[in-house]
Design a binder for this molecule. Structure first.
Ligand SMILES: C[S@@+](CC[C@H](N)C(=O)[O-])C[C@H]1O[C@@H](n2cnc3c(N)ncnc32)[C@H](O)[C@@H]1O
Length: 486
């Protein structure tokens, strides 16, 4: 750390070096706080938040398998010692929690998605904030998760599946094409913009070595274009949230101030109070806002919550997390917008008999999470309220249900994770301590008596995937791409 900041082009000589120009800029921004900032920037923390679609924070407390330290915000979030390796735990495979930077959690929570809303996460991969917002929506409303990079969107779809999100579709689209299809349709749009990633310097050598002041300016231009176009996706009265994980003014306050100057149909929107977050400035943004509708929640029951701000910086030396910027803007009411009517495609032409029989016998009292649509012989449950998205590049139109093979239905992995396993007529439940959990996650068969056929395999009652029982042998249908190394 001492070596950071000695005036050469790149500070220090090992992998933990920082660009000198970056340090100089930060010194200008932070003054005496620079040493504390640099110390915090070099730290790494492992944190996770409980997935409320799987269990409550109280229930997690009862079964949590790790040493942990509560984070103040959001609820159900913890710092965990890295050596606990929470990503290599069966509860992770079952989607009980999501591993995420604490600051990213705050941003996702401040994005403020509510049940029943139409929400767009424009640059969503790998899905940290999408899965958080999905938890806040509690399965109600429509969540469109988009990323322009297909491989990253696939990762996003995998995380939505693991977390049991049933009300999301995943698209791989440019913002312009989303605008031409949806128009001003969304109650809430999050632009978690691609940025110069200055808060990632400790974690990513590429972020450090590729950084230059010109990269910052290039990012700022791209962010401005993205945000301006994203504004057209927000319905009048809806909210646009902009965030980055970088520190430069150019990519943060300047983008939002410039946006406000060019889009008089938007104004700063009060964010809830968060302890440790610093109000972020600019001529328009830094004004404390009154909260005329009384909508802003006092999330931490603090007297300080009487002032509300439209933008925050989450500095790594003031609060846990790598460092973020977040701002909220509301589109003024009173403009016409084009709202495509949700249009059902009707029942697919393919026979659903085998699927319906399978679903009914597996979960006699459960509801299919959406309307059924077929792509070839593969069935999906499209969340209700999703308009016709024909013409868009849709990676995941909803929950993949499975595939019809003649008069036989083969369920998809997503289906096992989407329906609460306690509703299943039977299941293969493995206690966490059982060696069969590892056998299952590494792709081996297990032995267990019970009814024949496909049943959800669960760990402590939480779904991991499918097993198909023949005699007393459970054939392993945990997807090959997800299996743990033996
Ligand atoms: C900061 S990351 C998003 C992190 C994510 N929101 C999360 O919380 O896990 C930015 C993402 O923007 C995507 N991206 C870059 N340019 C884009 C564009 N023009 N439209 C949509 N997404 C874009 C990148 O592929 C990247 O996945």
């Amino acid at each position: 750390m001492e070596s950071w900041g000695n005036g050469s082009d790149r500070i220090g000589e090992d992998a933990s070096t920082l660009p000198a120009a970056f340090v100089a800029r930060m010194k200008e921004m932070l003054g005496d706080e620079l040493p504390a900032f640099l110390a915090a920037l070099s730290g790494r923390s492992t944190a996770l938040r409980v997935n409320p679609l799987r269990l409550s924070a109280d229930r997690f407390e009862e079964i949590a398998p790790f040493d942990r330290e509560h984070l103040a915000y959001p609820s159900g979030a913890y710092l965990v010692p890295a050596e606990e390796r929470p990503g290599r735990h069966p509860y992770h495979a079952a989607g009980l929690y999501y591993i995420q930077d604490p600051g990213a959690m705050v941003v996702g929570a401040l994005a403020g998605a509510r049940p029943g809303e139409r929400v767009l996460d424009l640059s969503a991969a790998p899905g940290g904030k999408t899965t958080l917002m999905a938890g806040m929506m509690d399965g109600a409303g429509v969540l469109v998760a988009n990323d322009v990079v297909r491989s990253r969107a696939a990762q996003l779809a995998g995380n939505l599946e693991r977390c049991g999100v049933t009300n999301a579709i995943v698209t791989v689209e440019s913002v312009a094409r989303l605008v031409s299809r949806f128009g001003a349709w969304f109650d809430r749009v999050l632009v978690d913009a691609p940025c110069s990633g200055e808060s990632m310097f400790a974690k990513s050598e590429a972020a450090r070595t590729e950084w230059t002041p010109d990269v910052v300016l290039g990012c700022a231009r791209r962010q401005m274009d993205l945000l301006l176009a994203a504004g057209d996706l927000v319905r009048p009265g809806g909210v646009l949230v902009y965030s980055t994980c970088t520190f430069s003014r150019e990519e943060n306050e300047d983008v939002v101030e410039d946006f406000l100057a060019r889009r008089p149909d938007f104004s700063p929107e009060a964010l809830p109070f968060v302890a440790g977050a610093s109000p972020a400035g600019g001529p328009v943004l830094s004004e404390a806002l009154s909260d005329p509708d009384g909508e802003t929640e006092d999330l931490q029951h603090s007297a300080e919550a009487s002032s509300s701000f439209a933008a925050y910086r989450l500095w790594p030396h003031h609060m846990p997390g790598a460092g973020h910027f977040v701002a909220a803007l509301r589109r003024v009411e009173g403009m016409e917008s084009r709202l495509p009517e949700p249009r059902s495609k009707g029942s697919p032409e393919i026979s659903l008999r085998s699927f319906r029989a399978f679903f009914q016998s597996t979960w006699p009292d459960a509801t299919i999470p959406g309307r059924i649509e077929a792509r070839g012989s593969t069935l999906f449950a499209v969340p209700s309220g999703v308009p016709d998205v024909g013409g868009l590049n849709v990676l995941r139109p909803g929950v993949e249900l499975g595939t019809i093979h003649g008069d036989r239905f083969e369920p998809a992995h997503s289906l096992a994770l989407a329906i609460p396993p306690e509703q299943a007529a039977s299941r293969i439940d493995l206690p966490l301590e059982s060696p069969d959990v590892l056998r299952y996650l590494t792709g081996h068969t297990i032995e267990a008596e019970g009814p024949p056929g496909w049943w959800p395999v669960t760990v402590d009652g939480f779904a991991l995937g499918w097993g198909k029982r023949v005699g007393s042998t459970i054939k392993n249908h945990y997807p090959k791409g997800l299996r743990w190394p033996s």
